[in-house]
Design a protein around this ligand. Sequence first.
Ligand SMILES: Nc1ncnc2c1ncn2[C@@H]1O[C@H](COP(=O)(O)OP(=O)(O)OP(=O)(O)O)[C@@H](O)[C@H]1O
Length: 280
Amino acid sequence: MAGILEKEVPAGDGRGLPGSENAPVLVVDGLVVEHRNRTTGEAFRAVDQVSLSVGAGESAAVVGESGSGKTTLAMAVTGLGPRGEGDVTLLGRSLATLGRRRLRELRREVQIVFQDPHGSLDSRQSVRSGLKELRGLQRERTSWIDDAGLLERVRLSPDLLDRYPHQLSGGQAQRVCIARALLMRPRLIVADEPTSGLDVSVQADVLTLLREVRETTGAAMLMISHDLAVVRSVCDTVHVMRRGRVVESGPCETVFTDPSDDYTRELLAAMPGARWRARR
Ligand SMILES: Nc1ncnc2c1ncn2[C@@H]1O[C@H](COP(=O)(O)OP(=O)(O)OP(=O)(O)O)[C@@H](O)[C@H]1O
């Protein structure tokens, strides 16, 4: 199939920011994030000494069962949740050292695709008016493509531009979310369980699309998932999280075929064989 994304996406404004093509886009070093237990009020480490890095054009996954700290980690590195202690470096800049203005500029380089596409879109806005609002926020950065062309890139008909979120299927809504992320030409895409709210029939298409977006834009991707089959189909490296800690990291092929940690083995054993063994 001829890739709709085959045309190159122009570099984002952030190309001028520190961080060469080969330098890691995201480096997390010894990150600790605490929450308070909702019942007892005691602090506990939801993320405990986590270190990882993702380079341009690479895709890293964080996997683990529910409550292992994946979302807390994603929120900390995107600045949407508590930042915690330890260091998060984005495009060569340590988030802790940046003032509010520089932090806001740097955050433009990051786009997040969430699990619930309908919840991510403003129910009062048509697809077109949502895009218009985004363009209004950053005119220069978003002027590289028109709305119809953008939708075509994510294999949606321009006819959908005048629809409201409730008039879109889950798969269509997630494609709109990916289109909105693509419009901003991010250097880092954080995808938090991007297919788990979708029908199985459209999951593979959305994953393929995410992979194409990453390959075409050269963005780095950090994918959060509990689904090892999803991770294996999209990511280069995987970090297995348990109770806030990374218990195993490595290339997907190695971790999935020859895991060194018992917990990873348990996760793999819990997967239906045909699914996680299925290669790209
Ligand atoms: N705002 C919060 N306040 C208190 N505790 C929290 C908060 N957010 C998350 N937690 C707790 O921190 C731990 C890690 O949660 P987190 O959502 O990061 O895990 P997760 O691996 O993403 O889980 P899931 O896959 O279910 O989303 C859990 O015990 C969770 O209950």
